[in-house]
Ligand binder design. Structure first.
Ligand code: H2B
Length: 110
């Protein structure tokens, strides 16, 4: 799938539920500011691996122009994904980014 061509619409509850089945450890919640997000806490061996994970996603994030809300403390990276352009709901772009993060984390952990 070309991420630039993903449809920019909020997922329905059913679509979101289906999508989350393909994303181990990801859940959905309403975050501060009434934002619907999908969220996951990634744990790495150390800061180096956490940083490498974030760094490895730079090109994907920059080229798709879709940005995570994420924070890092030592070996932990907490991620919230939402689409501002559809009123802070979860869209296909968030699912695609989450899949990319899963891929990146797998590489970092191996
Ligand atoms: N990131 C996220 N997470 N959601 C958006 O709606 C969004 C974005 N919109 N990055 C992009 C940038 C938009 O503001 C620019 C102008 O393309």
């Amino acid at each position: 799938v070309n991420p630039l061509r993903l449809s920019l619409a909020a997922l329905s509850a059913a679509e979101l539920k289906t999508a989350l089945k393909t994303l181990p450890g990801w859940t959905t919640k309403i975050a501060t500011g009434d934002k619907q997000v999908i969220t996951k806490e990634f744990l790495f061996k150390d800061f180096k691996d956490a940083w490498a994970f974030m760094n490895s996603l730079y090109n994907f994030i920059d080229s798709t122009d879709h940005h995570p809300e994420w924070s890092n403390v030592y070996n932990r990276v907490n991620v919230n994904l939402t689409t501002h352009d559809v009123g802070n709901k979860v869209s296909e772009k968030d699912i695609r980014l989450a899949l990319e993060m899963e891929d990146a984390a797998t590489k970092q952990l191996s």
